[in-house]
Write a protein that binds this ligand. Sequence first.
Ligand code: NAD
Length: 360
Amino acid sequence: MKKHICLLEGDGIGPEIIAQGAAVISRAAGRYGHELSFEKALLGGAAIDATGEPLPAQTVEKCRQADAVFLGAVGGPKWDDVSPDKRPEKGLLGIRKALGLYANLRPALLMPELAGACLLKQGTAEAGIDLIVVRELTGDIYFGEPRGISGEIGNRTGFNTMAYREEEIRRIARTAFDLARLRRRKVCSVDKSNVLETSRLWREVVIDEHRGYGDVELSHLYVDNAAMQLVRAPSHFDVLLTGNLFGDILSDEAAVITGSLGMLPSASLGASRPGLFEPIHGSAPDIAGQDKANPLATILSGAMLLRLGLGLPEPAELVEKSVRAVLAEGFRTADIMEPGMTLLGCVAMGQKVIDYVDKL
Ligand code: NAD
């Protein structure tokens, strides 16, 4: 099978990590007889420098024509003073919108090899963390109308509207149930239905949509309890289904407890391809160009691209196994370095993963 990937390297460490990510997935796909072709397009600060715009029209076009989009990270101090509508982050929000991406998937996986980095008690870490937050991206209080600040200074009111349409809830619920079928078949839906009407509708529609997924176990938690359970017993969770606001907070919480920013991938999916795949960290301008970046979050985002973006589970699994093998052999980049381990730069780490992709 031949597939075409649009590479948005972005800024800072973006080009370094995307180079490794692209090399690894190309090799893994090749081992199963699939051919990947790549084309670069400009996004963020790099696009501002070249064209004056953080998201040139040509970039949107190239992304739309691709089977999947692989993104590094955008931003950096060089563009901190440009006008708000031209900032690098605008490019990121713009491309998500242009591709109609409504589902953000963020796995939090604590690999046993990195258990020492986990912020939780040793026993909790040993029970393992392997969950994924499925966050709705286009609705909720971030987009609801009316919104604003009204009244005279000294007596003002700020207001936003939390709103979800049934269809928005149905499609994200289906994303979560479909994903659960690729995992341990458990979905926990998070809401605040004891207080909010939006959440009452959310729960009702999720339960209704679940009727088509009898093989998937569904449970519900109020968001305050979900926040507690994530630190008390994260091993109980498989797929966490949330709206935009609760997901924003819970996905960061779930990510940080694993303790290693340079290891965490993400995917954003829409109704049809292409999806967008990127590490959750930023452009790390403090280490850009020094061959110090950890490429593993990007490489693991590449595994999500293979599995969810291209429908190629075998090479995806090969990439994930190879990353684990490299860590088990004691190879580390500086951000996850521990005593007694072997320190590698970004390029050497990418190459080590490729070595395992070739031999596993
Ligand atoms: P950051 O994630 O870029 O960096 C935070 C810290 O983690 C830094 O010390 C950095 O060196 C380190 N780090 C991050 N990724 C690493 C990796 N792969 N390997 C090793 N170390 C890594 O966050 P920040 O410093 O707050 O932001 C820097 C820039 O990135 C800003 O312009 C910000 O707006 C942007 N940003 C972009 C995205 C994105 O593109 N999705 C996300 C977050 C921040």
